[in-house]
Design a protein around this ligand. Sequence first.
Ligand SMILES: NC(=O)c1ccc[n+]([C@@H]2O[C@H](COP(=O)([O-])OP(=O)(O)OC[C@H]3O[C@@H](n4cnc5c(N)ncnc54)[C@H](OP(=O)(O)O)[C@@H]3O)[C@@H](O)[C@H]2O)c1
Length: 275
Amino acid sequence: MPDFDEVVDFTMDTKLLASDAQLIKPPSFDLHGQRALITGSTQGLGWAIAQVYAASGAHVILHGRNEQRLACRQRQLNEAGYPASFWQHDLSLVDEIENSFNTLAPTPSILVNAVGVRLRHGFSEVSSADIISHLQTNLSATVILSKLVAAKMARDGYGRIITLSSIAGSLARSGDAIYPIAKHGLEAMVRALAVEFGSDGITSNGIAPGTFATESNQLLASDPVNGPLVVGRNPLGRWAAPAEITGPALFLASTSSSYVNGHILVVDGGFSITF
Ligand SMILES: NC(=O)c1ccc[n+]([C@@H]2O[C@H](COP(=O)([O-])OP(=O)(O)OC[C@H]3O[C@@H](n4cnc5c(N)ncnc54)[C@H](OP(=O)(O)O)[C@@H]3O)[C@@H](O)[C@H]2O)c1
């Protein structure tokens, strides 16, 4: 971690200009020495982030429900020469998160909350059971895990928590109620973690992706009505490739984002600023 106190000088007097003070070095995006737990990283955005964190030097801890898929992704990283392990746990089993997480050692210094399941239902069609299970997986599980990880990071005095929200985390759409409720809640969690753990050396930020061409969006992308609608409304006129999430995710995981805390970084090609 760079010592930023070193470069703080409020005097601004001319002796600074005359001195042989060192020039500021370019920011680092290197993750060597970091352990990054990325939930929901067997496919989609989580997997894209896992690959780039691994290539940037982190030991990546993959996560998902299916052991075979996890082992396959671990092998892919290992064969590329990157250290990786995995944590298998179904996050819908919220009561079991704490015991299962406690088997992981040592503590991750980076947590990316990428698990998210999609439910496109309005209030009139969604059942109470679906509301409960959706909010458990998309909201409660991530809040519980983040609380556990933050407490351990606080003991180490350093951490980066990055939570994948959505443009649905700040917008609303008729007929699509529960997923946005979960994402709004996650954005509140991002800020709550930021204010409670900032003084422990932990930053908490969110990323709000727009429309990425991931496995979970294949149906929408190929829909003859909604597919072109999505593209037509986007100022960039296209879907995002999963790799396009990795620059923002690497920035927030690195020491280069040291003073960014409680922020939601929208990565949507400008989708949410048009009307
Ligand atoms: N794709 C987009 O355009 C987009 C847009 C806005 C926001 N987002 C958000 O970005 C995140 C990633 O989206 P994505 O499209 O890449 O997701 P995805 O392709 O559906 O992948 C979801 C990942 O989560 C894991 N997972 C699902 N349910 C789980 C559970 N109960 N317990 C543990 N793991 C579980 C899956 O692993 P296994 O199936 O192997 O268990 C998989 O690795 C989500 O939070 C999503 O809401 C995505």
